[in-house]
Design a binder for this molecule. Structure first.
Ligand SMILES: O=C[C@H](O)[C@H](O)COP(=O)(O)O
Ligand SMILES: C=C(OP(=O)(O)O)C(=O)O
Ligand SMILES: [Mn+2]
Length: 453
């Protein structure tokens, strides 16, 4: 580095570090600050997980979605865990997203941008700092990057060595995702092989007939001698909530090509509903990195909130830079979203609008499980499309908590999971996820909405 480059880098990091003077909500209480410094130094010495150029490429893809020329599919666990970062589970989540993408691409006849909530989704904001079970109170589980899910004082104590472990688990997850999506697994000729559902399930049968059509189309192209080598690989990006600043900061690096800062822990980072204060540390931090940024907006978000977030996070109004992920709740979306869309549009801003139909629809079952009704999720989705049709803006994508596994965490769907069934395979350590079949079913319904655009 020349001394001029060194100066520029020092200035960029000094600006980034303005966040340190601001309130950072939802951070763990680390018992030993010296150990956090050791972990931070270790992270700072590791290679980046993603390349800045990939984040730029995703920004251009998201810009197309903001213009109405592509659709974002973002999904994965509420909270990834280190233990579940196995080849089978990663493969099944990737498969589920690939299947959904095929359904959506076919339905919308437009490119679908695939972004996993994967390879870094390890830190959770919580409603309460503590959890009480049978009269015993311990710190809440804040994600594997912070503490363990097991309900013991040792496990629930925040442990900064988990930051480093989280980096390595993210690296191996991302490595496998790259292998799957670029090494032949995601070849469109494998469209049948991705299916893993129950033969008799209606979503499964619908998928099989769509896959057969795609097969015929690919064979037709083969017979015509069309070169369609781009069908052999697929672009796949990773994202997570940039919650834990002790993890994000040491992974933020200067891009040698441009001299700009990128948070290299993932391609896209988002700010959660609980940490999106304009004068808070998270908004300040992400305002200084070049990655595409998402912000969750709940039902209390005003037009003014949205416009100020745009001014802070996307002052140049750069296409693809900013995605608003709305999570209003099925009962509220039709009342609150149209005004928000219109207010932002009238101010001349064109962020990408995406729906998260999960987080506004949480309930507790009579049997004590955190759950969501599939019908509420679908209702919010329809409300999202209705609001955009009403205002004339583009419904640019979906953000869902899902897994490739056959879990029983959300009520309903074609398998009719009821309150009693929740207990059979409830595996989430945080929010309930759509299982493989529910995810596919949702994709078909979104495809129907996209066909109406
Ligand atoms: O994923 C989102 C939040 O972390 C989660 O909904 C919070 O859940 P809690 O209300 O159980 O803390
Ligand atoms: C914490 C999450 O969501 P929100 O910020 O919308 O509550 C999440 O996406 O898991
Ligand atoms: Mn969640």
């Amino acid at each position: 580095m020349t001394s001029q480059n060194t100066d520029t880098a020092a200035r960029a990091f000094a600006e980034l570090d303005a966040y340190r003077a601001l309130e950072a909500k939802q951070q763990p209480t680390w018992p030993d600050p010296a150990a956090v410094q050791v972990a931070s130094d270790e992270l700072a010495a590791q290679p980046p997980l993603v390349f800045a150029g990939e984040a730029d490429q995703l920004r251009t893809r998201l810009a197309a979605a903001a213009r109405g020329e592509a659709f974002l599919l973002q999904g994965g666990d509420c909270a990834e865990t280190f233990a579940a970062a196995t080849a089978d589970k990663i493969r099944d989540r990737v498969k589920t997203l690939l299947q959904m993408a095929v359904v959506l691409t076919y339905g919308a006849s437009m490119p679908v941008i695939k972004v996993g909530r994967m390879a870094g989704q390890f830190a959770k904001p919580r409603s309460s700092d503590s959890e009480t079970r049978d009269g015993v109170t311990l710190p809440a589980f804040r994600g594997d990057l912070v503490n363990g899910y097991e309900f013991t004082p040792e496990s629930r104590t925040a442990d900064p060595s988990r930051l480093v472990q989280g980096y390595h688990v993210s690296a191996s997850t991302l490595n496998l995702i790259r292998a799957f999506t670029q090494g032949g697994f995601a070849d469109l000729r494998q469209v049948h092989a991705w299916n893993q559902g129950f033969v008799s399930n209606p979503a499964n049968q619908r998928y099989e007939s769509l896959a057969a059509e795609i097969d015929r189309a690919v064979r037709f192209m083969d017979a015509c001698g069309v070169d369609h080598s781009e069908l052999k690989q697929t672009e796949f990006y990773v994202s997570h909530e940039a919650l834990l600043l002790d993890y994000e900061r040491p992974l933020t690096r200067i891009d040698s090509r441009t001299g700009k800062l990128y948070d290299t822990s993932g391609h896209m980072l988002w700010i959660g509903e609980r940490t999106r204060e304009l004068d808070g540390a998270h908004v300040e931090f992400l305002s200084h990195v070049r990655n595409p940024i998402g912000v969750k907006l709940g039902p209390t978000a005003s037009v003014d909130d949205a416009l100020r977030l745009i001014d802070k996070l996307d002052p140049e109004r750069e296409p693809g830079r900013l995605t608003f992920i709305t999570r209003m709740g099925a009962g509220k979306i039709r009342d609150v979203l149209p005004g928000l869309l219109a207010g932002v549009r009238d101010a001349g801003a064109t962020p990408l609008w995406v729906t998260d139909p999960m987080h506004g629809n949480g309930i507790t079952s009579s049997t004590g499980y955190k759950t969501r009704r599939f019908d509420d999720v679908m209702d919010e989705l329809r409300g999202f499309f209705e609001a955009h049709r009403e205002v004339g803006t583009f419904p640019g994508g979906i953000h869902v908590e899902l897994t490739g596994d056959d879990v029983t965490e959300c009520l309903g769907g074609s398998e009719n999971i009821d309150e009693q069934a929740l207990a059979t395979r409830y595996e989430s350590v945080c929010d309930p996820r759509l299982n493989h079949m529910q995810s596919l079913e949702l994709a078909f319904q979104v495809a129907e909405e996209l066909k109406r655009l």
